[in-house]
Design a binder for this molecule. Structure first.
Ligand code: NAD
Ligand code: MG
Length: 384
């Protein structure tokens, strides 16, 4: 039996991962599960999967978790050190599905085990790509991308010579406000921004899809993970969310990855890799779909995309600054402190004022310092 742990088990990616594991009884031994505030879900999953350890990120919820697990023999723990412990328990495959840069330290810890890290947490690559890759290399660990676009690129590259890549096209649905008049965007609500036209995901990534901060992170993620030059990476708006990415080769061929918008494909690919096994995703009826549309993203509607270019050109810790600024702007939008369009304005300003380029080696500590500084700066802009 393969031993697996899921960091961020109670979230959208975590629950989809558990769904796949549940369907093949006897194949996986669940070692550790982590969650946040949803103690009932965490405890129920830990009991069902007979996990060894259940961790809530919030120390204030430890007693609740202990009570929910009473009599099960499953150990309960809480807080950052416990998350690290969850990533330390021996496992062959660990899913990194915490949202935000909070997933970085547990992800790095998991890589030090030398097994496989299924990486949904794109923020760790954006904030600390070189550190993630160097840690994997130093410990013989493998990172398998779980973001659907990056899984698509990864699959299109099987058997190919990476030197023959000419370009990569990442698609974007366009999010909740693709067809809204630009003048409305200033006043859209959090509830409206939390509705994705095609994908069912956590709230934060759903709002990031409406602003295309998610796509901006994904462009940087592709740059870091596949070592692609920034100008090789293109973004196209593709409202059907059926073609997830395309890889263009020097001979002019484009290999497209086509599938339903269901994260269980990318998760299942990483779970079964290097094999392909049956997955419970819908089979596309292309004749029923009929038409696939592609368009250039409008920079005025999606200013986050240009910021990603700026970050890739700057390098250093600018990814950590960008990610932290984006996370904090999103916190303020969700809390009702700023409007939707203010997010990109304030992130751009923070990037200009904090920078983050040419700042020495990228370590967990250095990323933490830039992250902290950036959040403080963003907060000062929101108050001002
Ligand atoms: P989610 O909000 O549904 O779940 C997040 C999980 O992280 C939960 O288990 C939550 O308890 C935990 N968590 C939240 N804050 C935490 C903290 N500070 N410390 C520790 N744990 C914390 O998010 P999601 O949509 O499942 O996304 C998870 C990750 O996967 C993100 O990085 C996201 O960008 C990426 N991703 C998600 C999807 C998707 O379809 N949902 C697709 C591609 C990539
Ligand atoms: Mg994606």
């Amino acid at each position: 039996m393969r031993r697996v742990s899921i960091l961020g088990a109670t979230g959208s990616i975590g629950q989809n991962t558990l769904d796949l594991i549940r369907r093949v009884p006897g194949e996986f031994q669940v070692v550790a599960l982590s969650g946040g505030q949803n103690i009932a879900q965490l405890a129920a999953d830990a009991r069902e999967m007979r996990a060894e350890l259940a961790v809530t990120a919030d120390p204030a919820r430890l007693d609740d978790l202990r009570s929910a697990l009473e009599g099960s023999g499953i150990r309960a723990a809480a807080g950052e050190a416990a998350l690290i412990e969850a990533a330390t328990l021996p496992a062959d495959w660990i899913m990194s599905a915490i949202v935000g840069v909070a997933g970085l330290a547990p992800g790095l810890t998991a890589l030090r085990q030398g097994g496989t890290l299924a990486l949904a947490n794109k923020e760790s690559l954006v904030a600390a790509g070189p550190l993630m890759l160097a840690t994997a290399a130093a410990h013989g660990a493998r990172i398998l991308p779980v973001d659907s676009e990056h899984s698509a690129i990864f699959q299109a590259l099987v058997g190919e010579d990476r030197a023959a890549i000419e370009r990569v096209v990442i698609t974007a649905s366009g999010g909740a406000f693709r067809d809204r008049p630009l003048s409305d965007l200033e006043h859209v609500t959090v509830a409206e921004a939390s509705q994705h036209p095609n994908w069912d995901m956590g709230q934060r990534i759903t709002i990031d899809s409406a602003s295309m901060f998610n796509k901006a992170l994904e462009v940087i993620e592709a740059h870091e993970f596949f070592g692609l030059k920034p100008d090789c990476i293109e973004v196209l708006v593709h409202p059907q969310s059926t073609v997830h990415a395309l890889v263009g080769f020097v001979d002019g061929a484009l290999m497209a990855h086509v599938g339903p918008p269901d994260m269980r494909h990318a998760i299942g690919y990483a779970l079964n890799w290097p094999d392909r096994r049956a997955l419970p995703v819908a089979r596309l009826d292309l004749a029923a779909i009929g038409t696939l549309d592609f368009a250039q993203p409008d920079p005025a509607r999606y200013p986050a995309l240009d910021l990603a270019r700026q970050v890739m050109a700057t390098g250093g810790h600018s990814g950590a600054v960008f990610n932290a600024a984006k996370e904090r702007a999103l916190d303020h939008f969700i809390a009702g402190h700023i409007g939707f369009t203010r997010m990109s304005v304030l992130v751009a300003r923070t990037l200009d004022e904090i920078g983050g380029g040419a700042a020495g080696e990228i370590t967990l500590e250095s990323v933490g310092r830039w992250d902290h500084l950036t959040r403080q700066h963003m907060d000062s802009l929101v108050v001002a």
